[in-house]
Design a protein around this ligand. Sequence first.
Ligand code: ZN
Length: 141
Amino acid sequence: MSAIRCAGCGIQDGLLPSEPLHADTAWRCRKCNYTEPAANVRKFVEKVAAALEGVDQNDANALEKAVERWSAHLGPSHYLLAGLHHSLAMLYGRAPGLLPHVLSNKQLSRKASLCRSLLELVDVVQPGRNSLRGKRLFFNH
Ligand SMILES: [Zn+2]
């Protein structure tokens, strides 16, 4: 949930901490062994988080643009992207102007896709029957 794109080979979820239990360990690509100092990764993630703080969580278009922009730099299950996906899944079908009867097929498919990816993430983070999974299933309808 914290992997980022490798600047060496470009694999999207390539960079991970080389020693996950040490906060200041270098981040190493699992494919090409490119390394990035922890401080650089931390600065980058802080930059993305700061940029996302300025995104209106009630504006689906702004959220979609943020997903598009940052998906190229963060791993597909990065927690910052998961937060955007969660916000979008909550908006589609529930927010004014995005209620189920006005959603396009493309928007409905997007909601279903977002909910599926969040459920897959929940299955990894907290497998089994639990409230987190139940809430994700509830918002999937
Ligand atoms: Zn790499």
